[in-house]
Design a protein around this ligand. Structure first.
Ligand SMILES: [Fe+2]
Ligand SMILES: [Fe+2]
Length: 356
């Protein structure tokens, strides 16, 4: 087990540890010498880091997604920890346990897959059940579905995050369908299980999570519908109108045109699917924001662009430390990095607003 983990680091501490480089940028001081801007990560979180001195000597010794051993001083800058690096050396992958660096689901992935199969086994609509069984009998789908994250950054962004998100939504579907008796539970459940199927090809997740080229060009909604249509072609008696309902649910699950759905939900199961997805992704996003926040003082987290707010740290608010820290909601939240083109700006906006 590696030591220290990012979550354990304290301000004003000399740090000697091994981390994953999840972001690397080279900027310049006024005199022209380079400054390294890094984000260092492990499975417990990430950390801003800068190397102000002698950066030229190490610039080309590692890249993003490499492992590095660093020595530096952890300081507080703008109410957040920042590591000033004094020494940095690349570390071969053979010398680290990669599971220390990439966040994974706390739940066992095979156990989650068995739970998914039990939800499918409980379905009574023979057509939807046959479709779902055909999809998850295909190992080229089932294997990545066990491991895929649900998103790059916004929510459930860890290995196994997609299936965890889907199972959480299965429970929400059961609660809400019990409350609204006209809901066709099997149709809702099929939509829940399949809504983000295309994420297994939209995202790459062998190392850090990134968008694939197919993901950038086509996106998970259209990719997922293609995968479903492929299986439907091999189920000849699948009712044509049921197919249209299911396809509409996948198409409309982001709820609004500006969030990437080409259609808005137009029947109850589609509308409920959208709200269940939105609820589960937003609640996880806020849980993770509070868990990972690194602000040193005050009762507010850093600004979160996906939720478009800072979150209140309720325990600090109810029991302020002595002397009481008077804090304010950040007046001008730090914007996310500036997109480099009009297309990048639109894409960035769509990804950040994507509900799930
Ligand atoms: Fe989605
Ligand atoms: Fe989702």
């Amino acid at each position: 087990m590696k030591s220290p983990y990012i979550r354990e680091l304290q301000a004003s501490q000399t740090v000697l540890g091994t981390f994953l480089v999840s972001y690397k940028d080279i900027r310049q001081k006024k005199g022209g010498e380079p400054v390294l801007h890094l984000t260092l990560a492990d499975r417990t979180g990430d950390l801003d880091a800068r190397m102000f001195d002698n950066a030229a000597e190490v610039l080309d010794t590692f890249e993003r997604d490499d492992f590095v051993r660093v020595k530096g001083l952890l300081q507080v800058f703008h109410n957040r920890p920042q590591l000033t690096i004094h020494k940095i050396l690349p570390v071969p992958e053979s010398e680290v346990d990669t599971s220390d660096f990439f966040p994974v689901s706390k739940r066992d992935r095979d156990e989650m897959f068995r739970e998914l199969q039990s939800w499918i086994a409980g379905m009574t609509n023979p057509h939807l059940k046959a479709l779902l069984e055909a999809i998850f009998a295909d190992e080229s789908i089932a294997a990545p579905f066990r491991s895929a994250p649900a998103a790059k950054t916004v929510h459930h962004n860890w290995i196994g995050g997609l299936i965890e998100h889907v199972l959480s939504m299965c429970h929400l579907a059961r609660f809400t369908a019990a409350h609204y008796p006209d809901i066709d539970f099997d149709l809702l459940l099929a939509g829940v299980i399949l809504h983000d199927l295309g994420k297994i090809r939209e995202l790459s997740f062998t190392r850090s999570i990134a968008y694939t080229t197919e993901g950038q060009l086509i996106g998970h909604i259209v990719i997922g519908i293609g995968m479903i249509e492929d299986k439907l072609r091999r189920i000849p008696d699948f009712p044509a109108r049921l197919r249209e309902l299911l396809v509409h649910m996948i198409l409309s699950h982001h709820g609004e045109l500006e969030f990437g759905s080409p259609k808005i939900p137009v029947f109850p199961e589609a509308l409920l699917l959208h709200y269940i997805d939105n609820l589960d992704s937003k609640m996880e996003c806020m849980r993770s924001l509070l868990e990972k926040d690194r602000t040193v003082e005050g009762e507010w987290t850093a600004y979160n662009s996906a939720l478009e707010r800072s979150a209140l740290k309720k325990s600090r608010f109810l029991e302020p430390e002595e002397p009481a820290v008077k804090s304010e909601v950040p007046a001008s939240p730090k914007p996310h990095p500036e997109p480099t083109s009009a297309f990048a700006a639109k894409l960035s906006h769509a990804l950040q607003r994507e509900p799930g």
